[in-house]
Design a protein around this ligand. Structure first.
Ligand code: PLP
Length: 455
């Protein structure tokens, strides 16, 4: 065999092996959501064929992959064959997670999806948005349109890193339920439109289908952060979003052991920016190019924690949502509580819209997630006293945990963005955000009853 023939043989052999695995993945894709959560791309066949039969995804903590000869090495580094040459770019354990995330966000959708995991949720937001900000000609105007109520870190990334440092105009949508406001902020210089569903901590949502319709009519991509809903309760790609962002740190890895993020995209995203390869498979393109060069990689150990947590995602989304609804109802009836924001409450102004979108996958029953916020009558100092009286619930700046966590957003997650931005996002000083965990709901209600005696 000549050198060229051998290289060709290597590529064909690797592609044939990939084809076998893709058939397995295709078969798994036809299973129901809970089954996919448990197995994903790590089927019994994949375990026996490539992983010594290990029943759980092994943690490939190795930095690099060795090859039989220089032809294999060359083909792998030239992206001619599926490989995990170097773990900053690709790693088998992270790969199992990426395929799983793509399967879950694209569940029952006719289009292909792909995913790229990152070192944090913030890195995912950067990876999902930065490719749209490239210059196509010198000194051109650019703007981005985003929901004002988004997570404080996202607000800072857009406002400071893009707005102040790179002179990109940031247009904040103040009332996300007002389609006219979205429409009037988008123009031909808009590079992307960004929404969170639901927002942290204000629990705001928007009509994804309608916003996607008007965003696409202008040839712009819609990016949705659905960290709090997860694909068990909401799948934005199905409703028209181009790219989904997940902070894996949060609900998807409920143990609280890792920091991570992911972008998941549908095939053929809407944008006039970038190359054809980027439009065709955005997350795959990010992984092979900007992610490789920028280096915000996710570790195999962390991927294994996320894989473990996702195996029970659907049942957690169901149970925690039911518990959160009971707690929201309790808070709503408590004399020391002002407003309660929880999408499952009939009194919530967004309840009707939430009913349309937030459904437990496969059952179709409405479920509204584990996050709620409420205000305490009496102002900021009373809210602090109530927070300080918690014993079972942890005081921390976190959410999505299997254990309940509470915080005051104005002094933590949304502190740095300042008073004006907090006002626009609807985050008063007496607001407490509660992330409902898997403790018994009766115990949590007793805990809140006790804490609210401080009001
Ligand atoms: C909705 C949402 N998106 C993104 C992030 C950022 O994620 P990370 O902390 O993993 O960078 C957070 C963090 O709280 C969040 O709540």
């Amino acid at each position: 065999m000549t050198g060229y023939e051998h290289l060709k043989h290597v590529v064909e052999k690797a592609k044939a092996a990939q084809c076998v695995w893709e058939k397995e993945i295709e078969r798994m894709r036809r299973m129901k959501f809970a089954t996919i959560c448990v197995h994903g791309a790590y089927t019994a066949t994949e375990a026996v064929r490539n992983n010594h039969g290990s029943i759980i995804e092994p943690v490939y903590s190795s930095t690099a992959q060795a090859y039989a000869d220089s032809d294999w090495l060359e083909a792998a580094l030239a992206y001619q064959i599926p490989a995990w040459a170097y773990s900053r770019i690709a790693n088998p354990t992270v790969g199992y997670l990426e395929i799983l995330l793509a399967m879950l966000e694209g569940y029952r959708s006719p289009f292909k999806t792909s995913a790229c995991c990152t070192s944090s949720g913030m890195a995912a937001i950067k990876a999902a948005t930065e490719p749209f900000l490239v210059d196509t000609k010198p000194h051109e105007k650019k703007n981005i349109v985003a929901m004002a109520q988004c997570y404080g870190g996202t607000y800072r990334q857009f406002d400071v890193r893009y707005g102040q440092e790179r002179n990109i105009e940031v247009r904040w949508v103040k009332d996300a339920s007002n389609l006219e406001e979205w429409a009037e902020k988008i123009d031909r210089d808009t590079r992307f439109v960004y929404g969170e569903f639901p927002t942290n901590p204000g629990i705001q949502i928007f009509d994804i289908q309608k916003v996607a319709g008007l965003v696409h009519a202008r040839g712009v991509p819609l990016i949705v952060d659905s960290t709090i809903a997860t694909p068990a309760l909401l799948r934005p790609l199905e409703h028209g979003a181009d790219v989904v962002v997940q902070s894996l740190t949060k609900t998807l890895t409920s143990s609280g052991r890792i920091i991570g993020g992911a972008i998941i995209s549908r095939e053929k995203i809407m944008t006039s920016i970038g190359c054809e390869e980027m439009r065709e498979d955005f997350a795959g393109w990010v992984k092979l190019w900007p992610y490789r060069d920028g280096g915000p990689s996710f570790s195999a150990e962390n991927a294994a924690h996320t894989l473990d947590s996702i195996k029970t995602l659907r049942m957690k989304a169901d149970t925690l949502s039911q518990s959160a609804l009971r707690i929201a109802e309790f808070l709503e009836g408590h004399g020391a509580v002002g407003e309660v924001s929880y999408l499952g409450l009939e009194s919530d102004p967004l309840h009707g819209l939430a009913k349309k979108y937030m459904r437990l996958v496969d059952s179709g029953e409405n479920r509204y997630g584990h996050l709620l916020s409420f205000t305490v009558k009496g102002g900021a100092s009373t809210a602090r006293r109530v927070l300080d009286r918690l014993w079972l619930v942890f005081r921390a700046t976190d959410l999505g945990r299997i254990k309940s966590i509470a915080t005051i957003p104005s002094i933590t997650t949304h502190h740095q963005q300042g008073e004006d931005a907090r006002k626009a996002a609807g985050i008063p000083h007496n607001m407490i955000r509660l992330c409902v965990g898997a403790e018994d709901t009766d115990d949590l209600i007793k805990e809140l009853e006790h804490a609210l005696q401080a009001a």
